[in-house]
Design a protein around this ligand. Structure first.
Ligand SMILES: NC(=O)c1ccc[n+]([C@@H]2O[C@H](COP(=O)([O-])OP(=O)(O)OC[C@H]3O[C@@H](n4cnc5c(N)ncnc54)[C@H](OP(=O)(O)O)[C@@H]3O)[C@@H](O)[C@H]2O)c1
Length: 448
């Protein structure tokens, strides 16, 4: 205990020795003042400004991310008794930020009824303040955040008459995704979350790596482990293998001892999937008629069916036998769903968490019922799944796949890149940490 105390004191001294005169002047001048803290500075824990920088989406600006995101000075969020205020060191771009900016398929501002929306559903950071009920975290803790906001009434079964059918908090009617269905996400200097959303930051990762995996990896974990109950030696077809979800689906398959065949649209993406441990890769551009199109003619349908069969044979070629995927990892939706149902093996599972190309799925239901396949819906993950999945990152079994990291100023540009499908893996963004490659508070303070 005494040893621990003196170590903590030594690191506090070390940190304070590294504060230059600018930092000290800022801290002395701004205890509780209006001015946001400068970027790149990790102030003394006592400092709590009233204002902060944030990228804000407003209803009248919905459109391309380059237009809908604007930097504004906003109030630092106030926390409730079960909540935690976090200084955001780094965050990461997710497709839900693109949807929020576009205002499609609906405006998120209509969901949470605020006149501003700060997107961002992933972050690494430093706990800055905790609510009076919070015992598990304290100011100064280095953390990452998961994005499931639980219903406050989850454990009391008082929300609705039927309430929920399992103890899984994802079943609660008022479960929400932080930074999408709530207005105070991570593209800001400070964010607020429920205490149960906080997870320890793996010490071996940089701030930007730690911020880059939560939403996509925890979603892929629930899809494959909890919902599809993936077993060793199964074959999994992973759509968008080099995308945010796909890079984690491939790694989970490898960990379990299942084979992943990844679908991609370029040679570079194919290489990434093979490096991550895919058994094989299919380039969807080799099949010009493969995708379902709304309102297609009978000829187009016939051509698509022919490409679907060639696509199925490409899977057999990779496997060296006539083996079909017993699990299909779906999120593309309308364009690919008929293929997913067609190639899935008898009694197989199609597990789906999104419909990027459209929500109205059209497929030949005979392929489903006659061969007794299942469609399984899945949505993010609960706190226990996040905790377990995070342990695998701490052990180095699952690795972040950060293809590039942008500065705070380039957050709209980073979303535009994702919107145009010009990225692979995850795109990180620095918020309060001054540069890439830093792993803890001491290093961040020294670099500021
Ligand atoms: N429900 C949830 O909890 C949850 C969680 C995470 C994400 N999501 C949703 O899941 C979707 C994917 O997210 P993500 O982070 O993986 O996005 P991402 O990084 O953009 O990756 C998606 C991949 O899908 C592929 N793709 C795009 N259009 C396609 C098409 N027409 N046909 C076949 N493949 C296509 C692309 O790969 P190629 O071009 O290489 O084929 C792309 O790399 C988004 O809609 C997101 O909002 C939902």
């Amino acid at each position: 205990m005494a040893k621990e105390k003196s170590r903590a004191q030594a690191s506090a001294n070390e940190a304070s020795e590294n504060r230059d005169m600018d930092t000290i002047a800022y801290e002395e001048k701004n205890r509780g003042e209006d001015e946001p803290i400068p970027f790149g500075v990790v102030p003394d824990l006592e400092v709590l400004p009233k204002k902060m920088h944030a990228w804000v989406i407003r209803k009248e600006r919905h459109g391309d991310p380059s237009k809908s995101f604007q930097n504004e000075i906003m109030p630092v969020p106030e926390i409730g008794y079960n909540e935690v205020l976090v200084l955001v060191m780094a965050a990461c771009v997710n497709y839900n930020g693109v949807w929020a900016g576009l205002g499609e398929p609906l405006s998120v501002l209509d969901i949470h009824k605020q006149d501003y929306h700060i997107a961002g559903s992933d972050a690494s950071g430093i706990v800055w303040r905790v609510g009076s009920n919070v015992k598990s975290w304290k100011p100064g803790d280095e953390v990452i955040l998961h994005c499931n906001i639980e219903s406050e009434t989850h454990s009391t079964r008082t929300e609705t008459a039927s309430d929920f059918i399992t103890y899984d908090p994802m079943a609660s009617a008022s479960q929400k995704i932080w930074g999408y269905e709530t207005p105070d996400g991570s593209f800001a200097q400070f964010t607020k979350v429920q205490a149960q959303q906080v997870l320890p930051k793996p010490a071996n990762l940089t701030w930007e790596e730690a911020a880059s995996y939560g939403l996509c990896y925890f979603t892929a974990y629930r899809m494959l482990i909890t919902r599809a109950k993936l077993q060793p030696s199964e074959l999994v077809l992973v759509w968008g293998g080099a995308g945010g979800l796909g890079v984690f689906a491939i790694q989970i398959c490898k960990m379990i001892g299942a084979d992943a065949i990844a679908v991609v649209s370029s040679k570079e993406k194919a290489e990434l999937c093979m490096d991550l441990g895919a058994k094989g890769v299919i380039n969807r551009n080799d099949f010009p008629n493969l995708m379902y199109k709304h309102g297609e003619t009978p000829d187009e349908s016939a051509n698509r069916f022919s490409d679907m069969k060639t696509f199925g044979r490409a899977i057999w070629e990779i496997m060296g036998e006539r083996k079909n995927p017993s699990v299909v990892f779906e999120h593309v939706g309308e364009a690919t769903f008929p293929i997913s149902v067609f190639v899935c093996s008898r009694f197989g599972r199609i597990v789906i968490c999104a419909g990027t190309t459209g929500y109205s799925l059209t497929f030949d239901v005979r392929h489903l019922w006659i061969h007794q396949k299942q469609i399984i819906g899945s949505h993010f993950a609960n706190a226990l799944e996040c905790l377990r999945a995070n342990e695998l990152v701490k052990k180095g079994i699952i690795k972040p796949v950060l293809s590039q990291t942008f500065s705070y100023d380039d957050i709209p540009k980073a979303h535009q890149l994702m919107y145009e499908n010009k990225h692979s893996g995850k795109i990180g963004v620095l918020v309060q940490v001054s540069r890439t490659g830093l792993k803890n508070t001491g290093e961040a303070k020294r670099a500021s």
